[in-house]
Design a protein around this ligand. Structure first.
Ligand SMILES: Nc1ncnc2c1ncn2[C@@H]1O[C@H](COP(=O)(O)OP(=O)(O)OP(=O)(O)O)[C@@H](O)[C@H]1O
Ligand SMILES: CC(=O)C(=O)O
Length: 641
């Protein structure tokens, strides 16, 4: 049922779109000016960075925010969405399942609030992603008496002695500044005198003095003291704890959430994250445990937190949909000064595998207490975006910080500045010279590459993708097209999960299904057209943009995908008369990309400048509605790297 507000907005949008022919260019305002530039080298581009460049109009980088006491309100969550949040993260290491179920309801409430508000921009009533983060093989300290409050800590004095209790019954006794409890029975058996014990991502450091396995206790000296909150992670660098990668509690929690089948809010959980993942098998187990009866499996993100996970990165990537750089755990397990290398490697490997890379921890940590970040934090975030991360994750900033909304707004602003200095087509050029990672190989690769190349060349306002699978969207994101990619999906959890890839903007499609896929796809593209007509979507792409690249998965039975280029005013009647786009009036509106066309052949055909001459539009990207589409925006130089 359409609400009044929604109906009103759709009528407004439709009339705007239908009258838009003359005003397309005026609607597309100046965004980043990098489109006009083509630098020969990365150094040349860096020398030309300019503080006067306009920020990107929308954020391509996904923003994931941990939900906790500071954000347990539909109002705050809605404000965080308006500030740029794409994915809400529920960390099962903290709180109860009941609290997380309540948080899911608040997320649904916030989304509804935004959808029904006619003043809210189209980008801000997006299907919000929800990620559930499991505990994995982490050791945690116990809860404090008033668990959950920012002020709720005990002070560990530097040079004082503390006893760590690891008995199963010890959880019931209070945590004090001389007695801690950890949730791992074997703790006293696996540590030796002199062993370093890092707590809370290494903010606190203890040294083992005497393990007492018979008493399930370990006496320690506090080397670096400070405030200890509830359920903080405990790291023993270099020690194999022997804990399973997926705990029984994880399996129980996921099964409990997956069995809430009567609850609509469950369909929001599109992403499951596993801590300290060290093998592809763990990813498979998580996916299986989180798959509810009758629902498609969720996307799985492997959090890499130690050297073993890093060694297995390529194997993990074949199975996982994304990888999170757990900088907190990595900074305890490895020397801190090596964490940057891990981050860069994971980001690079993901960007050649079409898997999402997520950078986490201490992004804007000073915003826990202050409304502005440090310069170092702002630059760290910007550099991560320039390196090509897909998504950034806020932790305490939004879970327990004093400025959750401000933190998201700040992150968005930094991302937009950094994204404006990325050169369109640069990543596509780099990937051409890169051997394909197994996870990125396959026939859809050619379709995604062609769509991105077309988007660069014709300065498309957006790419519209019709699919119900993650593969085509993630491959499209891999090439980093310089415009938003609207993915029109019917599978709700998947649709929400797509938020974790750079540049993907999911559109949830709930209209009645058509029996033939192509007819359904045409409907979906028209539906996306309604959203496109909103001013802010046209503004999001390059200035003066009039064209849309359309990508439909498997337009012909058993074979190929469809790509078409259409002007904005034709989006609403895309594929009208029920005709297949490729048959319309005998003109070639799109191109069928054969599944057996290998990526290099596709790239070579696209590289052929003749194919891109606007006057020969019928050869590759002609359009029955606009035969003289202006093509030929410059690709970055081949030297650019
Ligand atoms: N559901 C929750 N209930 C209470 N406090 C929470 C909740 N979620 C997060 N927090 C608080 O926010 C802080 C930061 O959240 P975050 O999810 O990053 O935790 P973390 O302990 O660092 O775990 P991880 O290493 O998995 O990120 C936590 O240490 C905790 O104090
Ligand atoms: C997020 C997380 O688990 C870490 O940084 O260690």
């Amino acid at each position: 049922m359409l609400t009044n507000a929604k109906t009103h907005r759709m009528v407004k949008i439709r009339s705007k779109l239908l009258s838009t022919g003359q005003s397309i260019s005026s609607m597309a305002s100046n965004s980043s000016n990098t489109h006009a530039c083509s630098f020969r080298t990365a150094l040349q581009q860096a020398c030309s960075l300019d503080v006067d460049t306009s920020p990107a109009k929308t954020t391509g980088t996904g923003i994931m925010c941990t939900i906790g006491p500071a954000s347990w309100s539909a109002k705050v969550i809605a404000e965080m969405v308006q500030a740029g949040m794409d994915i809400a993260r529920l960390n099962l290491c903290h709180g109860t399942l009941e609290e997380h179920r309540r948080a899911l309801k608040l997320i649904a409430e916030a989304e509804e609030k935004l959808r029904d508000d006619p003043e809210v921009s189209t980008w801000q009533h997006k299907p919000l992603g929800v990620a559930v983060d499991t505990r994995g093989s982490e050791i945690r300290t116990g809860a404090l008496p008033e668990h959950g409050k920012l002020t709720d800590t005990v002070n560990l004095e530097t040079d004082s002695l503390v006893t760590i209790d690891c008995s199963p019954t010890g959880a019931a006794q209070p945590i004090t500044s001389t007695r801690l409890w950890v949730d791992f029975d074997n703790f006293a058996k696996i540590v030796q005198p002199g062993q370093a014990v890092y707590i809370d991502d290494g903010l606190l450091e203890l040294r083992v003095e005497s393990p007492r396995p018979a008493d399930s206790a370990v006496d320690c000296l506090v080397i670096v003291g400070g405030q200890l909150g509830a359920a903080r992670c405990v790291c023993l660098p270099g020690v194999d704890t022997g804990m399973p990668e997926v705990s029984q509690r994880d399996l129980d929690d996921l099964a409990a959430l997956a069995s809430d089948s009567g609850d609509d809010s469950l369909a929001r959980i599109g992403i499951v994250m596993g801590s300290f993942v060290r093998s592809a098998e763990t990813v498979r187990r998580l996916r299986q445990a989180a798959t509810a009866d009758g629902r498609p499996p969720p996307l799985v993100v492997a959090k890499i937190g130690d050297a073993r996970g890093l060694q297995a990165l390529e194997e993990i990537l074949v199975e996982a949909d994304g990888v999170l750089v757990a900088r907190g755990d990595l900074g305890c397990e490895l020397p801190q000064e090596k964490v940057f290398a891990v981050q860069k490697r994971i980001t690079a490997v993901c960007s050649t595998s079409a898997k999402a890379s997520i950078c986490a921890t201490h992004l804007l940590n000073s915003m826990l207490m202050r409304p502005r970040p440090t310069r170092a934090e702002a630059s760290d975030v910007a550099n991560a975006v320039l390196d090509g991360v897909d998504c950034l994750m806020l932790s305490g900033e939004t879970a327990i910080g004093k400025y959750p909304v401000e933190a998201v707004r700040t992150l968005t602003k930094i991302c937009r500045e950094a994204e404006a200095s990325l050169q369109p087509g640069q990543h596509l050029q780099r990937l051409r010279r890169q051997p394909l990672a197994p996870a990125a190989a396959g026939p859809l690769h050619s379709s995604a590459m062609a769509a991105c190349e077309a988007a660069v060349r014709c300065r498309a306002a957006a790419i519209l993708v019709a699919t119900d699978d993650a593969e085509l969207p993630r491959l499209t994101a891999m090439f980093r097209p310089p415009c938003p990619v609207l993915c029109v999906c019917r599978d709700e959890a998947l649709c929400r999960g797509l938020n974790m890839w750079y540049g993907l903007h999911p559109v949830l499609y709930t209209e009645p299904a058509k029996s033939e896929w192509l007819l359904e796809a045409q409907d979906r593209i028209r539906y996306a057209g309604l959203r496109v007509a909103a001013n802010d979507i046209l503004d999001a792409g390059p200035a003066n943009s009039q064209l849309f690249v359309i990508l439909v998965e498997k337009s012909c039975p058993n074979s190929s995908d469809l790509m078409a280029i259409v002007p904005v005013e034709r989006l609403l009647n895309f594929g009208a008369n029920g005709a297949l786009p490729t048959q319309s009036a005998g003109k070639i509106l799109g191109v069928q990309l054969s599944t057996n066309m290998d990526a290099q052949a596709a790239a070579d055909s696209l590289r052929n400048e003749d194919d891109w001459d606007g006057s020969r539009s019928s050869t590759f990207c002609g359009s029955s509605v606009n035969e003289t589409v202006e093509l030929g925006a410059q690709m970055p130089s081949e030297d650019m790297n």
